[in-house]
Design a protein around this ligand. Structure first.
Ligand code: UT7
Length: 334
């Protein structure tokens, strides 16, 4: 069995910054409410009319990650792409990356696990490397939320949270068994699928029906029971962190850097407090990017790495919770 370690990181966000004040011109909201309830100050949204999508942003992040890894695209054996906002209903974004980066005909897999998408994607890549099937896997998380949000007062409980962006890493085989991904832990509870969901388009409610829909048909906008999701998030985050620590006989004091999925600063602060983590043990950047779902952890990890906050031998913990419900964690020795 081999181990896998991250050898290159990169992220990309669209230039267009949307502040809370900008949102208050579209809907009945305000900077004070958004900052107090979520910690978000601004997010990046693809400009209307732009050709950018989840796959184009993912391709840019991927190019940066490959460059940082010191490899070339010809060294990549497999692509894993996590998103809830694919360019098409099918095919997925993974094959578009293969084409955009003019890569060899390597396999490409799309992961549909929303906020936990990157954790699921990284864990999946780790398994392919552990068994020896692949040496270098490109793992991408990317989201184009802004075009699918209800930007009226009706949608304010959801729309102010989400941002667009992409992050990527190259996960590579290492023969050093003390380095890289130590363990990953994945869970789901489909019973609560309807608590954070987009129900259309679906095979049950297809596009012609939506086009002719009444204005009050909001089935194609994300629905979230925010309070219920919040309450479950803090419980599941805690469980899956404890699971990762227990599996590796570690304590929270062993964590050098915890990067939670950037869902809400209040969730991250609750977890920080619960595990008695110091400020320099936790990295948050939701203030600047909002919640970028499958991209959030990998954007944060890339940014933290660029700032020199991730050092050799550091214990790095990633954890996520979101729609599905799905949740998971990955523990890494850098
Ligand atoms: O990333 C995937 C997982 N997602 C999450 O983990 C998100 C979890 N949930 C949350 O982060 C929070 O529940 C929210 C940030 C979404 C909402 O915060 P909240 O503290 O749960 O607020 P609420 O939904 O209970 O709403 C409180 C009030 C309501 O008004 P009334 O009924 O008390 O008069 C809402 O209508 O705030 C109102 N409200 C807003 N006001 C101004 C809701 N959204 C807004 C808004 N601006 N954008």
């Amino acid at each position: 069995m081999y181990n896998s370690k991250i050898t290159g990181l990169g992220f990309y966000v669209p230039d267009n910054i949307v502040t809370n004040d900008d949102l208050s011109k579209m809907m009945d909201t305000n900077d004070e409410w958004i900052q107090e309830r979520t910690g978000i100050k601004q997010r990046h949204w693809i400009k209307e009319g732009s050709n950018e999508t989840s796959s184009t942003m993912g391709a840019k992040a991927a190019e940066r990650a490959i460059e940082k890894s010191g490899l070339t695209k010809d060294d990549i054996d497999f692509i894993i792409f996590a998103t809830l906002s694919p360019d098409y209903y099918f095919p997925g974004c993974g094959v578009q990356i293969q084409d955009m980066l003019e890569m060899d005909t390597v396999g490409a897999l799309d992961i549909r696990n929303q906020c936990s998408g990157f954790v699921y994607a990284l864990s999946t890549a780790d398994q392919f490397i552990k068994t020896g099937m692949y040496k270098n896997i490109l793992v991408i998380g990317s989201e184009y939320h802004s075009n699918g949000l209800d930007k009226t007062t009706r949608g304010r409980g959801v729309s102010v949270i989400f941002g667009d962006g992409a992050g990527a890493c190259v996960l590579s085989r290492t023969e050093d068994n003390n380095k890289g991904i130590l363990s990953s832990h994945l869970h789901s509870q489909g019973k609560y699928a309807d608590k954070l969901i987009v129900t259309s388009p679906s095979i049950k409610h297809w596009v012609p029906e939506i086009i002719n829909a009444e204005e009050e048909d909001i089935s194609y906008f994300p629905y979230m029971d925010g309070t219920f999701v919040f309450k479950n998030a803090v419980v599941r985050f805690s469980e899956v962190i404890m699971e990762a620590l227990a599996a590796n006989q570690m304590q929270s004091t062993d964590i050098d850097l915890f990067i939670p999925h950037q869902a809400n600063l209040r969730i991250a602060q609750y977890i920080q407090h619960k595990f008695k983590l110091k400020d320099d043990q936790v990295y948050n950047n939701i203030m600047n990017y909002g919640n970028t779902t499958a991209a959030s952890i990998i954007i944060a990890l890339s940014e933290a790495s660029e700032k020199g906050l991730v050092k050799e031998n550091d214990i790095v913990l990633l954890a996520a919770f979101g729609s599905g419900f799905t949740w998971g964690s990955v523990l890494i020795r850098w």
